[in-house]
Write a new protein. Structure first.
Length: 371
């Protein structure tokens, strides 16, 4: 590994080419880790992504021994380890020899699986400037020491990875901004065109009813007016989903206003100060829309109780109605697209989704999302 300066430059060039190609961090990290092991002759590696709250994610791995890969990689994602501890308290600021891996040491001591001769690894933080993203670990069976040259190469690779992760993060942010702008444009177009046409149709049908004495014609105009009004309500709801007026005033105000638009009374109780990252707020807004729309369509009630509990690390929302309810079996598929959408959005934010419902006793939905 890193026998001379020229080979190191070739390795960095190949790594850079991979990093510049992708925008999915998991695919990029997996490909780069595989390439790094191949060109250096090392056999095993893994990458942890670590967010600002310290939450750990095994984002890429190659050739982990049975001791670390059993039970869907549970040994990698639970318990303490020295490299994570050093990363968290700031001691890990460059490529370092880890004397022994605690996860491997525990596996050997407890005889929980074959380590295939892997006992040590090098570890290096993934950074871009002052921003940290996680850790790169690499090793080989019976290799207990990395030279300064090897560590310098790993540090250069880690810097490339950190820079790429920063680029991907900024790209995704730009895409979110562009998507929000496009939603706003579409919402304006719908409001200025289709929404106004439906409103005009409803007024015309209302006027037509007043201008005729024939019962059949009145009924026809009345039917047209009802259809136009129903379509108008659906269009307003769609515009709300595309461009949530009131979200700039906070999630509580937005959910109250949306419920009012649907004809619901939303009784909200808030515990804690709500200050959310943009992506979390957007996700909760969409989940809340689905919950309120479900209540409007299926509960038969016009009152929804919403409890919001916020802390420094999570937000929990509980939607409760006293409506018709339904028979729910949590071993089976959710009965409506709205509930499925809520659950999927919650899972995409690494949250938990719980549903409770009984005929005649209403429905309760609990969503808890960490951040």
């Amino acid at each position: 590994m890193g026998e001379n300066h020229l080979s190191d430059l070739q390795i960095l060039k190949e790594i850079a080419e991979l990093l510049n190609r992708g925008t999915d961090p998991y695919i990029v990290l997996s490909e780069v880790l595989k390439k790094l092991l191949h060109v250096t002759g090392l056999q095993t590696g893994w990458i942890f992504l670590i967010d600002d709250s310290g939450r750990l994610e095994l984002a890429a791995k190659e050739n982990l021994p049975p001791a670390l890969s059993q039970s869907n990689y549970t040994p990698m994602c639970s318990g303490d380890c020295w490299c994570i501890d050093r990363y968290s308290d700031g001691r890990l600021d460059k490529a370092t020899n880890i004397i022994e891996c605690k996860r491997l040491e525990d596996a050997i001591e407890r005889k929980t699986g074959d380590t295939r001769g892997l006992t040590h690894h090098a570890t290096v933080p993934l950074k871009a400037g002052d921003e940290k993203f996680g850790i790169l670990n690499v090793g080989s069976p019976f290799k207990k020491h990395f030279t300064n040259g090897e560590l310098a190469l790993l540090e250069s690779v880690a810097l490339q990875i950190g820079t790429a992760l920063k680029r991907i993060k900024l790209t995704h942010k730009d895409q979110e901004i562009a998507l929000a702008a496009e939603r706003n444009r579409l919402a304006r177009d719908l409001h200025d065109s289709v929404n106004q046409l439906l409103f005009s149709l409803s007024l015309t049908a209302s006027g037509g009813k007043e201008m005729t004495d024939k019962r059949e014609v009145k009924e026809t105009f009345g039917y047209i007016q009802d259809l136009a009004q129903e379509a108008l309500n659906e269009m307003r709801a769609l515009i709300w989903q595309l461009r949530p007026r009131g979200l700039e005033k906070g999630i509580v105000s937005a959910l109250c206003s949306y419920g009012e638009m649907l004809g619901l009374t939303v009784n909200i109780k808030v515990n804690g100060v709500i200050h959310l990252p943009c992506a979390i707020e957007e996700g909760i807004w969409r989940i809340g829309q689905e919950a309120l729309a479900n209540c409007k369509k299926h509960s038969g009630q016009s009152i929804v109780d919403l409890s919001i509990e916020a802390s420094e690390t999570y937000i929990m929302l509980i939607f409760k109605d006293k409506g018709s309810g339904f028979i729910y079996d949590d071993t089976k598929e959710l009965p409506s697209l709205g509930l499925k959408s809520m659950k999927n959005r919650t899972k995409s934010l690494a949250g938990s989704f719980k549903l409770k419902s009984n005929p005649g006793k209403g429905t309760t939905v609990q969503v808890k999302i960490p951040f």
